[in-house]
Structures are given as C-alpha cells and as structure tokens.
Write a protein that binds this ligand. Structure first.
Ligand SMILES: *Cc1c(COP(=O)(O)O)cnc(C)c1O
Length: 438
C-alpha cells in the first residue's frame, strides 16, 4: 500500500506550504477521503478536523458534488471566459447574487482566495481613480490574513507574516489595532479608538478598509465583538470609504451565519468568497460588489475592470460550486454547525485546566485552543495521527474546523485528541523551567 505514496520522492522534490527543502517535516500520504475521514497510505482512517483549510464543509467524496463534476466534465471542463459564457457560470452567478445581500449585483470569478483579494483591492483603486481621486492606501487590522500574493500580503499582519522578508517591495499600508472585545464578552468602545484615529488622520488617502469580519483566521484565530464591525461600517460611511469584507474563511456557514457580517447586521461594499465555495473540490473564488462600485470602475479611463485570469469562470469549478450551494440551500448546515458549536461549548472549557492552555474560544464550527507555548509540530502531528485524527496546529494555536457533517462522536474524538496531546510535554516547545517540572 505504502508505495501508493513515494514519500521519499515527495520529500526530495515537492514543495509543501511553507516548508523547507533542506529540513522538511514528515508528510503523511493520503490516498482517499470519504465523509469526514482521510485514508492514509497504510490504511489508517483519520477524522478530519480541518476541512482541508475551511473548504470541505460537506465532507469528502460527496455523491452530489461528484455527480456535478462528472456531468460537467462530459460537456466541457473548461472554456475561456473572454467573449464566451456558459451555463455553469450563469447558474453560479444567480445563486451567489441571490444568497448574498441585495446590494451585491456584480461578481468576478477568479481562481483562489488571494486573487479574489487582489481583485477587490484593484476594484477599490480603480473606483477612486475613476472619481479622479488619488487614493492608494488601504486600512486594515493587525492579526489579519488575506493571502500570499503581493497585494494580499501587504494587508496581512505586519508582525507575524512576510512583511519583513519582502520589505522594500511590498507597498506599505495602514494597520489598526485589532479588537480585543470577545465575541460574547462586554463591548469596549475603546477597541475602535486606534481605527478611528487612523481614519481621521489618513482618510483622504485611503481607498478602502479591508478586514475579516468577526473571525480573524490564519493571523491568530481571533473571534471579536460584532459591535466592532458595526463601528467600522459606520466610520467607513462617515468618511465615504469602501469596506471590503474578506469572507474567504468565514463564508458559507462556518461561523453559524451564512456570512459572518450577519452577526453585526452590516453589509460591505466588496465581498470576497473562496475556500468552501466549491465544497472543497476545486479552487475557485468570487469577488462581489455593488452597481455603484462596478459602474464607477467601468466609467474610468480604462473603461473596464482590468483583470482576466486564464481560467476565469472555470466551468468544472462553477458546476461543483452550484452543487455545493444547492446542499447549503437545504439549510441542514445550520443545525449541523450548531451541534458542533454545542460540542465545543461543552468540552473545550475543560481544557483550561491544563497549565499549558492560555485560552479556549469557539464560534459556530470553529474551535480554538490557544497554548502558552508553540507546539512541537512534528511530534504533535504524529500524536494526532496515532489518535486517529487530522489536526494541523500553527504556532501556539490548535484549532478545529471540521466538516459540518461530523458526528458528535467524531467531534469528541478530535477534542479528546487535543486534550491528550497537550498532556504530553514533548508535543509542546516548553521552556527549560517548565520541562524541569514536567
Ligand atoms: C485562505 C484565505 C485567503 C487566501 O486564499 P487562498 O485560496 O489560499 O489564496 C484570503 N483571505 C482569508 C481570510 C483566508 O482565510
């Protein structure tokens, strides 16, 4: 079985996300996936706690998504989008416009979340150019994450990301303190002080505010108070600045609402979607905007919006996305996400008893255990695999975002695996003083 995955070749030649070629951590070979299970090349079945980075919300190998892909591939898997359209893109456009706030009337289909962010930023820049104003700055939040391409990186947290590495090349934007008021906690109005001060000083140069509504994902898994987002919307309105909501991680039910902005009852001017859009099958993203933004952009000197990826509107991806949205439209996700949230609420607080745990938090189908020390990645990964689960921590954060279809028993298996992992000192990078006691 294990020759299904030539791990030695992989180790010598294939780059994985954020990995070294000289000192790569071990990789696990996955040969199949079904429902909430990943099958390793040695036959082991792992409960998936990651949904392949927020994406596989309905689980793997879903009959409806498979059927949509098969059907589409029989007619055409791809055709250029320049001067040509096709039923799958039109059907997807209708669904996305119907399921998002009424103000979103125009959408751009691209290949990945990072590109959806690039597109959003370009829309904002072209919008102000068309209005005859030179506005080239973006205001965003610390601890944010918006992707790995250059413009997306430039609005990603400046301290815990790639800013230092690419200094001199990355454009420098404005960062406001991220909110500290917890989702369910008391609202501290001072959370908005830095944000509003930056707007007051720089508003005439700012094209747009970009942020992740309610949950800051890869920049720290922070879950913040809905009032902050209402304040941001109000301030953007006061200064006439566009608001870009990056719902690439939070979109399609993950936080318990279809879109995280709903927790605050606000609507953005530009909305970025990706990750779960195709139920985790194929890469696809969408950037939606209002007629005001779209038509203003089109009235500028270029006379159009200047972006056009080769695989724009890929029919295979659009067809699978339609099938994924059909599943969401049945509305079973709400009860499923609620059940996961109940599991987190019931079992995560007990983890605070560990001396190594700094905080636990959860919202919808997102559960976070923040440690006092970073994990020992190779060790803890091995521990999780031995426990029959797939959980991929980063730094001090162990987090869960399982497929919505997960059973209570499998969800408990994920939580128990975290509990047992943090009980073993070798899974964490403990300082010497703690090791002596352990
Ligand atoms: C993952 C993510 C992106 C980038 O998406 P890719 O598909 O990896 O390019 C952008 N914004 C947020 C909030 C994300 O979680």
């Amino acid at each position: 079985m294990s020759n299904l995955c030539d791990l030695q070749f992989d180790r010598n030649h294939l780059w994985h996300p954020y990995t070294s070629t000289t000192n790569p951590l071990p990789c696990y070979g996955v040969v199949a996936a079904k429902d909430v299970y990943l099958e390793l090349d040695n036959g082991a079945q792992l409960v998936d706690g990651m949904s392949s980075w927020w994406a596989a919300i309905h689980g793997y190998n879903h009959p409806k998504l498979n059927q949509a892909a098969h059907q589409q591939i029989e007619s055409m898997s791809h055709v250029m989008f320049g001067g040509i359209t096709h039923p799958a893109a039109i059907a997807l456009g209708k669904k996305l416009i119907a399921m998002t706030p009424a103000r979103f009337q125009h959408l751009f289909l691209a290949d990945s979340g990072s590109v959806a962010v690039e597109v959003a930023l370009k829309m904002a820049l072209q919008y102000w150019q068309a209005k005859g104003e030179s506005r080239c700055q973006f205001l965003t939040l610390r601890h944010g994450y918006h992707g790995d391409t250059f413009a997306a990186m430039s609005v990603t947290d400046p301290d815990n990301s790639m800013h230092k590495l690419y200094k001199g090349f990355l454009p420098e934007h404005l960062f406001a303190n991220s909110p500290t008021s917890r989702f369910d906690g008391d609202w501290q109005p001072s959370d908005l002080d830095d944000f509003s001060a930056q707007l007051a000083t720089h508003h005439s140069k700012i094209a747009a505010v970009i942020l992740e509504p309610i949950v800051q994902g890869a920049g720290g898994m922070r879950i913040y108070h809905p009032e902050f987002l209402r304040g941001v919307r109000r301030l953007c309105d006061d200064y006439g600045i566009l608001l870009i909501a990056d719902e690439i991680a939070t979109g399609f039910g993950r936080t318990g609402k279809l879109f995280a902005c709903e927790h605050s009852g606000i609507e953005a001017d530009i909305l970025c979607l990706g990750k779960a859009l195709t139920g985790g099958y194929i890469t696809l993203s969408a950037t939606l905007t209002t007629s005001d933004v779209a038509h203003t952009v089109s009235g500028g000197s270029a006379g159009c919006f200047m972006h056009g990826p080769t695989f724009m509107g890929n029919p295979l991806a659009c067809a699978v996305a339609c099938a994924s949205l059909d599943i969401l439209e049945k509305n079973e996700w709400q009860a499923q996400v609620q059940q996961i949230e109940h599991m987190f609420a019931r079992h995560l607080p007990a983890l605070l008893k560990s001396a190594h745990v700094a905080d636990v938090r959860w919202l919808g189908a997102i559960g976070v255990v923040e440690l006092k020390y970073p994990v020992n990645m190779a060790q803890i990964q091995q521990h999780f695999v031995e426990q029959g689960v797939w959980i991929r921590p980063f730094g001090k954060l162990i987090y869960l975002m399982p497929p919505y279809i997960i059973s209570q028993a499998a969800c408990l298996q994920l939580i128990n695996a975290i509990a047992s992992a943090i009980a073993e000192p070798r899974n964490l990078q403990l300082p010497q003083s703690e090791l002596a006691q352990a």
